[in-house]
Ligand binder design. Structure first.
Ligand SMILES: [Zn+2]
Length: 90
């Protein structure tokens, strides 16, 4: 999303919150349609990169959230010491 910012010189910019890309207000005033097109293209590029984030190898896949000690547990068919005792330890 673009946000309006001002630099030290007093010039206003529309700054992309995602990547910091800036379009000066002067450019927007001079060529509003061109500037709007650029901004839309820019946001579309961000959206596209987000949409393909799961396919493209640009972003590394996150490691599985399963801890190493949990995954390789052997499948236990039953817990006989619980199933056979009628009394709860509590
Ligand atoms: Zn951007």
């Amino acid at each position: 999303m673009y946000k309006t910012t001002r630099n030290i010189a007093g010039g206003a910019h529309m700054r992309c919150e995602v990547c910091g890309h800036e379009i000066s207000m002067n450019k927007i005033c001079e060529r509003p349609i061109q500037a709007a097109t650029d901004m839309l293209k820019h946001m579309a590029a961000h959206n596209a990169s987000r949409a393909f984030a799961t396919v493209e190898p640009v972003m590394r896949p996150k490691p599985e959230p399963i801890p190493a000690g949990v995954a390789p547990l052997p499948p236990l068919p039953a817990l006989p010491w619980i199933a056979s005792s009628p009394q709860s330890p509590n």
